[in-house]
Design a protein around this ligand. Structure first.
Ligand code: SF4
Length: 186
């Protein structure tokens, strides 16, 4: 009986917009790729301090990030498409964070989790980077000190929306290249 209730709790992802009839369903490649990417995001947790503990809670059984298709963490930038920066980033750590970002293949997304990663937080000092967007582009900011797991999940959902709706051509666009150039990247 229990397995039945578990099965009842499973929700099937919505199919993309398209045309359907007897025995066929047609949609565009963008939408199919977006659907697949959205539900198989591989995060790379770059956790340096207390916000990382909140992320551990987000991964654990109660909040269970696996429900969103992101249970497979990657500690190699080459097998990750979502960089999650959680915690205080010292200026000395900046070049390492940037190298990790540069080693990730496109398409890649970034979440800045917590006040420290977003803006330096309470550490308005000479040694702390006052926001990771000074060295790498950020897609979603999650506020809080620390943010609760619900907020981190909300950030993941916002990333999923970006991933699902992103044009396949965006990464080749002049606007995207110009944005990377602003950070001194190609
Ligand atoms: S935002 Fe707050 S909880 Fe998160 S790393 Fe900074 S001090 Fe710690």
């Amino acid at each position: 009986m229990e397995s039945t209730s578990i099965q009842q709790g499973v929700t099937i992802g919505n199919k993309p917009e398209g045309y359907e009839g007897a025995g066929f369903f047609a949609t565009s490649l963008d939408k199919v790729v977006g659907l697949a990417r959205k539900n198989s995001i591989w995060p790379l947790p770059f956790a340096t301090s207390c916000c990382g503990i909140e992320f551990m809670a987000t991964m654990a059984s109660h909040y269970d990030l696996a429900r969103f298709g992101s249970e497979r963490l990657s500690f190699s930038p080459r097998q990750a498409d979502l960089l999650m920066v959680m915690g205080t980033i010292a200026k000395k750590m900046g070049p390492i964070l940037r190298q990790v970002y540069e080693q990730m293949a496109e398409p890649r997304w970034v979440i800045s989790v917590g006040a420290c990663a977003c803006s330096g937080g309470i550490f308005d000092t000479y040694s702390v980077l006052q926001g990771i967007d000074r060295i790498i582009p950020v897609d979603v900011y999650v506020p809080g000190c620390p943010p609760r797991p619900e907020q981190i999940i909300d950030g993941i959902l916002k990333i999923q929306h970006l991933v699902e709706t992103e044009s396949l051509r965006r990464r080749d666009s002049p606007e995207y290249k110009a944005m990377l150039n602003k950070y001194g990247m190609e």
